[in-house]
Each structure stands twice: as structure tokens, then as C-alpha cells.
Design a protein around this ligand. Structure first.
Ligand code: AKB
Length: 344
């Protein structure tokens, strides 16, 4: 019905699904929210551009009602290869966006589950993509670097010896994707995301979560307890920039890509700098620090600044949001949301 132009022939299959019900240690809210924000956000963007019915979301859990009713949704388990194949064939899928992963902090608490979802899940996706000639996007992260990487700034190509299962699985994804590209001609594309800040959802088990939580707490209670030291500098990005970058690299003509895995960046700040920027709008905000040693050790091994000149040069990456605009957007969004909640 909708296949009148070649553009509309594309179908995207999102696997931002989780395997939560396999592990007893993970809170459903944490993992699902963390992954959902990007998958759902990207799906909205793609649906706007390519039509609602051409973008299929999948998960092993029923998503919130607004997502569930906003377009096609299919139950699917990343570890069930036959089911993945069935979905791809039955829906004539041509693009695959693979968001399934346990993030850094939650992964350290559930290494076996993280290994299953992040590594075995990726193997299934790679095989499906090669078998069916799909274009594949897999996000990577600043977490793919470690304490022996240059940290300020971190270039695209350098030592990668991460110390988390999340980081190890992401280096594995980068290398496997690139290997399948060279070996089998797979159209694999990958961006290393900084900490992504979104107002749509609660944080989801990552080390950069503090930079989302501060906005919720600032508006709800006027008090924020930060689990990283005040001078911990990490690269960050507002979600709208991240989603646009993802769509841009997916659409970039292959000849523009000199690499298959790119760093992307927008800004870099510390908890102290973020708190000061929020306090410009909410001067009564009280910030204190209770350091989480696991998250702090992870953050101390990650890039402080991310070097993304290759993305800028090759396919024209350009961020729009700096710290001040990010804070404004987050406060507007969460503020208006909580006012609506109060009225209701
Ligand atoms: C995390 O903190 O684990 C993620 C990431 C930077 O990949 N937000």
C-alpha cells in the first residue's frame, strides 16, 4: 500500500528490547527506561520522515501506552534468533537499529545478563543483517574507552581497553560490525554516543545518569544528591542532537564514510558546572555529593572530551545544543510536565 517510492520501501526494525525477565537482579524500570528513550525517540523521528507503518518497534515488554499505540509494535526477544528472522522476513525489513544493551552501571551488577544481551544479542543481529542484506545501525559509547585511552580529548582511533562489561561489549560490537562490513559487505554504521540527556524518561542504569536526574530532582524537591565527584568531566549531548546524528549517519551516502564507527560530541561538563547552570534558573537548588564508588571508577576511566572531527568532516555532523540551551530545554520540558501532573 505505502510502497510507492523507494524511500518508503524502507522499514526499520528496532530492537531496543531487553531480556529483563531472565535476570533476577535488574529493576525493570531502570533498564527499560534507559534503553527506551533512544529507541522511542528515534522511532518517532523516523516515523515522521518515512511514515508510521514503515517503522516497527520491538521489545519483550509492552511499552507505555502512548508508544504502544503510536505505530507498529512487535514482541521480540533479542536472544530468539528464529523469531528475529521471522519478523524480518514477514515485515520485509530493510534497516535494523539495534538498541538492546544493559548500560554501564547496571551491567556491572549483572555481568552474565549484560554478556547475553549485549554480546549474544549482537551476534544474532549481525547474522540476521548479513543473511537478509539489511542495513544495520548499532550505537557505541564513550564507555568503549578505558583508563589507558587518551582522555582529553579521545580520538576515534586509539587504545580501547574498557574496564566494564558494557564497554567490552561495545568494543566487540564495533569490531564485529566492521569485520562483517569488510568480510561480507554488511552496511554497518556505528556512532559512539556521549552521555545522552533526555527529558522524556527517567535515567536508566548508566554512569552519566546524574545529568538527567538533577533536572527531575531540581523541579520536584529542590535538592539533588550527586553520585559523582563535582569535578568529574564527561562528554554529553542533548537527545535531539543524538537522534539527528543517528538519522544523518544512517542516511549518509556510503562514499562519504571513511570509517564505520565515529565519535560524536556536543559538549563536556562536570556536575559542578551543570549544577551552576541549573542554579541560574533555579537559584534555590541545593546540591550535595555522595559518591558511588562503582560509578566514579567508571567515570574516571572514560573520556573527558570527545574528538569528533571525522564525523564533522565526513558527513557534516554539527551539534545544535550547548550547555545553556540543554538546561533550558530540560527545565522547560520537565517543568511543564510536572505542572501538568500537579493540575491533574
Ligand atoms: C552510561 O552512562 O552507561 C551511558 C553511556 C555513556 O553509554 N549513558
Amino acid at each position: 500500500l505505502h510502497f510507492s517510492s523507494s524511500r518508503l520501501k524502507k522499514k526499520y526494525f528496532f530492537t531496543f528490547l531487553s531480556t529483563l525477565n531472565r535476570g533476577p537482579f535488574v529493576s525493570v524500570e531502570l533498564l527499560n527506561r534507559g534503553l527506551g528513550q533512544l529507541g522511542v525517540g528515534l522511532a518517532k523521528l523516523l516515523r515522521k520522515q518515512f511514515g508510521n507503518n514503515n517503522v516497527i518497534l520491538s521489545d519483550i515488554r509492552k511499552p507505555p501506552n502512548d508508544v504502544f499505540h503510536s505505530g507498529p509494535f512487535i514482541y521480540s526477544d533479542i536472544l530468539d534468533y528464529k523469531n528475529l528472522r521471522e519478523i524480518v522476513v514477514n515485515n520485509r525489513i530493510t534497516w535494523l537499529v539495534h538498541y538492546s544493551a544493559l548500560l554501564s552501571a547496571v551491567g556491572e551488577a549483572n555481568v552474565t545478563l549484560a554478556r547475553d544481551v549485549n554480546i549474544t544479542g549482537l551476534h544474532n543481529i549481525l547474522d540476521i543483517a548479513v543473511e537478509h542484506g539489511l542495513r544495520l545501525f548499532v550505537p557505541s559509547t564513550i564507555g568503549a574507552f578505558g583508563p589507558t585511552s587518551p582522555r582529553n580529548p579521545t580520538p576515534d582511533l586509539c587504545i580501547q581497553r574498557p574496564r566494564t562489561i558494557y564497554g567490552v561489549s561495545k568494543v566487540h560490537a564495533e569490531l564485529m560490525g566492521e569485520y562483517y562490513h569488510h568480510r561480507y559487505g554488511l552496511d554497518f554504521r556505528c556512532l559512539r554516543y556521549p552521555g545522552i540527556i533526555s527529558a522524556d524518561s527517567q535515567p536508566g542504569g548508566g554512569t552519566t545518569d546524574y545529568a538527567v536526574q538533577i533536572f527531575h530532582d531540581a523541579i520536584k524537591t529542590g535538592k539533588f544528591v550527586c553520585n559523582l565527584k563535582p569535578d568529574t568531566r564527561l562528554p554529553m549531548m542533548f537527545i535531539d542532537d543524538c537522534l539527528r546524528a543517528t538519522l544523518e549517519v544512517m542516511e549518509a551516502p556510503a562514499e562519504m564514510l571513511s570509517m564505520r564507527t565515529y565519535n560524536i560530541n556536543a559538549m563536556s561538563f562536570t556536575p559542578e558546572e551543570l549544577a551552576q547552570e541549573v542554579q541560574k534558573q533555579l537559584p534555590d537548588l541545593e546540591v550535595s555529593y555522595e559518591i558511588d564508588p562503582v560509578r566514579q571508577a567508571i567515570a574516571d576511566s572514560w573520556p573527558m572530551n570527545f574528538e569528533d572531527s571525522n564525523a564533522r568532516k565526513d558527513w557534516g555532523w554539527k551539534h545544535e545544543y550547548d550547555l545553556a540551551e540543554l538546561v533550558q530545554m530540560m527545565l522547560n520540558f520537565i517543568g511543564s510536565d510536572s505542572r501538568v501532573a500537579h493540575v491533574n
